[in-house]
Write a protein that binds this ligand. Structure first.
Ligand code: B12
Ligand code: SF4
Length: 535
């Protein structure tokens, strides 16, 4: 057992040498790895592929799979098992399909749900020679979320770090699995541990941080109004507590070094809550991915998102974000049953008119765990469409070279037409000219250059390699993205600030967070659930 090592692998078919955002799970699971097993070896294949010879008999290999990288994850797992290692899967896809990962990925075990606590159990059991097949991680409380082991990261490889402040989302969009897997009850991390993590990252020279949140704005003004109208005092108190904690976090973020830039994900309703937007701006949360999805009322209804406004009202809401200096990455879906050829132009024009700073145009994909997927699987049950010997409803197991770009048939447009029109929308939104115009939101020339590079990189990484069916174009895009990513990296690095002090808290945190904090400079731990800064 002396030489046993734990490997954690983030599988990817596309390695760019540099990545934009750190895969947070890797560093959180590193923190969850029992000390007795030593420091785990972290392999992020979005940087470089795993070297099989690094795996030795008796090693433990933890692999994270989401639907998009499941096939690669299974290949890594089979390779590791053939070299005599113990293979344990986790992540959203493993949570939804535990049997599949055990079978196709030849896993010895699978951890479903949150891994912060369950991974430690699996590793300890494996070392003791009594590994079980299934470990149910469930949904842990916000106070139990672990602080990531950033000390194990190579800071030279990533542009942005990622920190999670909240999990779960009260909405129920038809194309999204978050509300089903992570639940509709928002689970917030204690703000002190979040701030500690920001400080640690800034010390290392990271000033750009993506907040890996499902929905940073979990309580809307409408929710509060409804609870009041229903005289539901308990609900009102619960919502108010969640909301207040958001403000507390942002208040503390506002005290961090001014060069820090945060980016999150949230719903469009935040435009009605300018107090919240102003707090975000003060907290240096400069941008947010906002799911706009569709520009017509019919499109929004189709995805159960009819609480989003459409037309001019939508444009006004998006402009409100901008007026309050929260810049939006608008996310749109193409291929909804209500779409027709005119939808594509209408969408890009709307995106340009509303002044969204970045945009992504994704093609409708039925992800497992969603309402859309369940409906589609039911439709396909009797007479499933096959690609080779794989039913289309298990599309992630179709080899990438022959995997269709779209899976659900559209009533009037072919998949190819949707793909080509989507590609054109990306091209139209990300012209040099349009991107330069949008870069005016940046404070100085250096930032404008970074913005231009990031715009091009984003377009290239997504549309160039993801949507395109032309292998020559994909190859060129990958090479270009690799080069640009390398250049971009320098633009995002900041001078490390090893002297940066953490706020001096008197905190009452869960035992898991206390363990992660042990010995952190300036932290005073007091009785449970008291949260008072020392000065
Ligand atoms: C932040 C985020 C992003 C960011 C950052 C990605 C990055 N580099 O980290 C951005 C915006 C770039 C992004 C992009 C995309 N994302 Co995303 N993203 C998220 C989000 C909101 C949070 C992920 C996160 O970091 N969480 C924090 C970490 C700590 O939690 P975690 O990853 O869940 O890991 C925990 C457990 O799952 C478990 N675990 C995970 N791995 C392992 C491994 C082992 C061995 C074990 C034991 C346990 C374990 O333990 C961890 C700790 O509790 C999730 C939603 C969600 N709730 O998961 C969606 C989500 C993962 N994304 C999703 C999708 C679809 C995408 C895109 C395809 C979107 C698109 N159309 O472009 C791309 C794909 C990018 C790619 N190729 O990976 C889907 C995946 C659905 C699916 N079935 O696969 C999710 C679930 C959201 C959704 N709408 O349903 N994403
Ligand atoms: S798409 Fe966004 S708003 Fe809708 S359920 Fe998922 S996380 Fe929530």
């Amino acid at each position: 057992m002396d030489s046993l090592r734990v490997h954690l692998v983030n599988p990817s078919d596309n390695s760019f040498g540099t990545a934009v955002i750190t895969p947070r799970w890797l560093f959180v699971l590193a923190a969850a790895t029992p000390r007795t097993a030593g420091d785990p070896i972290l392999v992020d294949e979005s940087l470089e592929q795993i070297v099989p010879e690094s795996i030795e008999p008796g090693d433990i290999v933890g692999i994270s799979v989401h639907t998009g990288n499941a096939l690669r994850g299974y290949a890594v797992g089979r390779m590791a098992r053939s070299r005599g290692a113990w293979v344990i899967y986790g992540g959203i896809h493993a949570t939804l399909f535990p049997e599949e990962v055990l079978e196709r990925g030849e896993g010895h075990a699978v951890v479903t749900g949150d891994g912060d606590v369950a991974w430690g159990r699996a590793v300890t059991d494996c070392i003791a020679g009594k590994l079980e097949k299934i470990y149910e991680g469930g949904r842990i409380e916000g106070g139990e979320f672990l602080t990531a082991r950033w000390d194990l990261m190579d800071p030279e490889k990533y542009m942005w770090a990622s920190v999670q402040t909240i999990r779960g989302c009260p909405k129920h969009c038809s194309f999204c699995s978050v509300w089903r897997t992570d639940g509709q009850k928002p689970r917030q991390r204690q703000y002190q541990s979040v701030v500690e993590e920001f400080v640690g990252l800034r010390r290392l020279g990271f000033r750009f941080i993506a907040l890996a949140d499902d929905n940073f704005y979990p309580v809307t003004l409408t929710d509060l109004r409804r609870a009041k109208e229903q005289n539901n005092a308990a609900k009102l108190e619960e919502l108010t507590t969640i909301r207040n904690e958001r403000f507390q976090l942002m208040e503390e973020m506002a005290k961090l070094p001014k060069d820090m830039v945060f980016y999150t994900q949230m719903t469009m309703e935040a435009a009605e809550d300018v107090t919240f937007l102003d707090a975000m701006q003060k907290a240096n949360i400069k941008g947010a991915l906002v799911g706009i999805e569709a520009v017509t009322p019919e499109g929004l209804k189709a995805v159960y998102k009819d609480w989003n406004l459409s037309g001019d009202a939508m444009i006004k809401q998006l402009q409100t974000f901008r007026e309050h200096k929260v810049y939006v990455l608008g996310s749109f879906i193409f291929g909804l049953p209500t779409d027709n050829p005119s939808t594509f132009d209408a969408t890009v024009e709307m995106a340009l008119k509303a002044g969204v700073t970045f945009a992504q145009f994704v093609m409708m994909t039925p992800f497992p765990g969603t309402v859309d997927f369940a409906r589609w699987e039911k439709e396909q049950a009797e007479n499933p469409t096959m690609v080779g010997d794989v039913p289309i409803t298990r599309y992630w197991m179709i080899p990438t070279e022959v995997r269709p770009k779209m899976f659900t048939p559209h009533p009037t447009m072919s998949s190819d037409e949707i793909r080509q029109r989507t590609q054109k929308v990306w091209d139209k939104f990300y012209t040099w000219r349009a991107s330069w115009k949008r870069s005016a939101c940046c404070p100085d020339l250096r930032a404008r250059i970074a913005f231009m590079f990031l715009s091009k990189l984003y377009r290239q990484m997504y549309a160039g390699t993801g949507i395109s069916t032309d292998s020559a174009r994909r190859k060129k895009s990958k090479a270009w993205a690799r080069w640009t990513a390398h250049q971009c990296k320098k633009l995002f690095r900041a001078k490390p600030m090893p002297e940066l002090e953490s706020p001096k808290w008197r905190i009452g945190l869960s035992s898991a967070t206390q363990a992660a904090f042990a010995g952190v400079n300036g932290t005073e731990i007091v009785g449970p659930f008291v949260a008072i800064p020392k000065n």
